[in-house]
Design a protein around this ligand. Structure first.
Ligand code: PGA
Length: 256
């Protein structure tokens, strides 16, 4: 059984008081969604603050990015070991905003994924097609290339700590959510690729999150899909009520 993961990607939002308040608000209500694993990914500068605000509540801590080197002369970068040191257990890698605004390649994402695993972090590796790629009928090919490039050299054993996220770029922050059929098609294909590249056990075990305009009113339908194992949430993760409502929907949709 794959426990649904409900991950909030706060992106470059919040400040100290609002990060603290949001984390505390989520922490207090975490018990409402006992069947789902909850995760918040604040900006790195607020990781320690959010860790303290979460306290002993059942909410995990993740980062939004990291550098692939462990330490050294890399001004402005943050390593996986540092993220672990401040209490993070997950890191989002290859988010489309990093791929398309910061020009990250599959090779960059791959190096970070390898380094994250070495540092004991669980990477959430994101893939997703642009609108023009979907319209040109290239979705499966784009996702396959990102999947293979981002996971190059990652062993079946190491896949135990990897989470995948399918985030169609045209659905991120736009209010345009993928239809359940569109999401399930890509998720099922990703699961097939896991089976082909690794084995059935890895394919059964790896969680594949959907991301892109997930809101309380569409979460139930998406999370009920056989190959959707949680959500990566941007906008709606900035409101404790919405985030918890999505987590409750995930809990209710829990597949055995
Ligand atoms: P959104 O962002 O929920 O605001 O569309 C999702 C994401 O970028 O992870």
């Amino acid at each position: 059984m794959r426990t649904p993961l409900i991950a909030g990607n706060w992106k470059m939002n919040t400040d100290s008081p609002s990060a603290q308040g949001l984390a505390a608000g989520i922490a207090t209500r975490a018990v409402e969604s006992a069947g789902a694993e909850l995760l918040v990914c604040p900006p790195s500068v607020y990781l320690a603050l959010v860790r303290d605000a979460i306290g002993n509540a059942r909410v995990g801590l993740g980062a939004q990015n990291m550098y692939h080197e462990a330490n050294g002369a890399y001004t402005g970068e943050i390593s996986g070991n540092m993220l672990r040191d401040v209490g993070a257990s997950y890191v989002i890698l290859g988010h489309s905003e990093r791929r398309h605004i910061l020009d990250e390649s599959d090779e960059d994402v791959n190096k970070k994924t390898v380094a994250a695993i070495a540092a004991g972090l669980k990477p959430i590796v994101c893939v997703g097609e642009l609108l023009e790629e979907r319209e040109a009928g290239r979705t499966a090919e784009v996702i396959r290339t990102q999947f293979e490039g981002s996971l190059a050299g990652i062993t079946a054993e190491a896949m135990a700590s990897v989470v995948l996220a399918y985030e169609p770029v045209w659905a991120i922050g736009t209010g345009k959510v993928a239809t359940p059929a569109q999401a399930e098609e890509v998720h099922a294909d990703l699961r097939k690729q896991l089976a082909e590249r690794y084995n059935d056990a890895v394919a059964e075990q790896v969680r594949i999150l959907y991301g892109g305009s997930v809101k309380p009113d569409n979460a139930g339908d998406l999370l009920a899909l056989p190959n959707v194992d949680g959500a990566l949430i941007g906008g709606a993760s900035l409101k404790a009520d919405d985030f918890i409502a999505i987590a409750v929907a995930a809990s209710a949709a829990c597949k055995v």
